[in-house]
Ligand binder design. Structure first.
Ligand code: ZN
Length: 381
């Protein structure tokens, strides 16, 4: 059992960054055989703690709370919220299949309602801290559950904390730019605001030709008033740091600067990494952190969310680096001894690059160039 030190109640003023965390986030999960392992959250917290990431006066550790049914209802249907609660208690009043639950991606487990509404509560606590100007950035690293729909689970996601929080931000009258760098298309968030010109959604991901959820093509650009406010930049398998960052810079900064958001919400999934077992992109921590740094530069206020990532070592290192960028801390490259003794040593940053033959890299480059050109034409960037 890890010792949690220095959890604040959010009452300290003039702090720059907040990390939203409690052990409740990793005490139950999708099951031993499922790729989404709660341990990844614990490992990230332990690595940050070992680096002393919350020791300074500018960085605070804040406990989440459960989202209320009314808060979940900002995006989800009442029936679905009740079904999740019922199924989570092992009851059978609702048919799980009706809500896309079942063996495989979206199993039902005991305690599911509490764990998943704690993730939404984390994101809402982060949103409250940022919008009240108590911090410049808050990282709800257990959130970013971007696939869930209003009345169905999808892609390991039960409640869509991003869609709930963006709706909450909209109720405050804020213009929101949502930037999703998870390897999978942020379909649930895109769909939630598809006809809305006050929410700009930009998703960078592996093409839906090869990866779940099979959507997120350049042609998906929004509907009605929202036309031009949903943006998709898909990548081919074997896309590396260089191609990814080139495309990111061509599309994301010009669009976010033109939109002039009050706040940026980012989904920072780390399944773009070359060691991720579920996807086919080939980024390293250098590419990932460059994208996170670019998002920081675009964000007047910043609500950062977690997301996918299925290699636990990569997740812990990448989100530690991401929180370092958010909070302005540079962590030494050698993993701290307390952490290294438990999980093995090594370095925080990748020092090896994936070995890929030239042809697939060239194919990935051409695919990205075509996508960027099409977006630039359509969106007049
Ligand atoms: Zn993902």
């Amino acid at each position: 059992m890890v010792k949690l030190a220095r959890f604040e109640d959010g009452g300290i003023a003039m702090t720059k960054s907040a990390f939203i965390c409690s052990p409740g986030l990793w005490q139950s999960g999708h099951g031993a055989a499922h790729p989404l392992k709660p341990e990844r959250l614990q490992r990230t917290y332990e690595l940050l703690t070992a680096y002393g990431a919350f020791d300074g006066p500018e960085s605070m550790l804040v406990s989440p709370r459960l989202a209320t049914p009314a808060e979940l209802g900002l995006f989800h249907t009442e029936e679905y919220i009740e079904a999740v609660r019922n199924l989570s208690q092992g009851e059978t009043e609702f048919n799980p299949k009706r809500y896309n639950f079942g063996p495989g991606d979206n199993p039902v487990w005991m305690g599911m309602y509490e764990t998943e509404s704690l993730k939404v509560g984390s994101t809402l606590v982060a949103a409250e801290l940022v919008t009240s100007n108590r911090v410049d950035v808050a990282f709800s690293f257990s959130g970013g559950m971007h696939h869930a729909g209003p009345a169905f689970a999808s892609g390991f996601c039960v409640f869509n904390d991003a869609a709930v929080a963006i709706t909450w931000l909209r109720q405050k009258g804020l213009r929101v730019a949502y930037v999703d760098i998870d390897a999978h298309h942020g379909d649930g968030v895109q769909d939630a605001f598809y006809d809305n010109d006050q929410v700009l959604t930009i998703s960078l991901h592996e093409t839906g030709l090869y990866l779940f959820p099979g959507s997120g093509f350049v042609e998906e650009m929004g509907r009605g008033a929202g036309r031009g406010y949903a943006v998709n930049l898909p990548f081919a398998p074997y896309t590396d740091d260089e191609v990814y960052l080139w495309a990111f810079e061509e599309i994301v900064p010009p669009l976010v600067e033109r939109f002039q958001p009050d706040i940026v919400v980012s989904q920072l999934g780390v399944d773009t990494h070359h060691r991720d077992p579920l996807t086919h992109l080939c980024l390293t921590t250098a590419g990932y952190t460059a994208a996170v740094t670019a998002i920081k530069q675009l964000a007047p206020r910043w609500l950062a969310l977690g997301g996918g990532g299925y290699d636990i070592d990569v997740v812990a290192r990448s989100w530690t680096l991401a929180y370092g960028i958010m909070s302005g801390q540079e962590f030494p490259d050698d993993l701290p001894s307390a952490y290294a003794e438990k999980y093995g040593g090594g370095s925080l940053r990748d020092h090896d690059r994936p070995h890929i033959s030239p042809e697939p890299v060239e194919r990935a480059r051409r695919y990205a160039e075509a996508g960027v050109a099409a977006l630039k034409r359509a969106l007049e960037i």
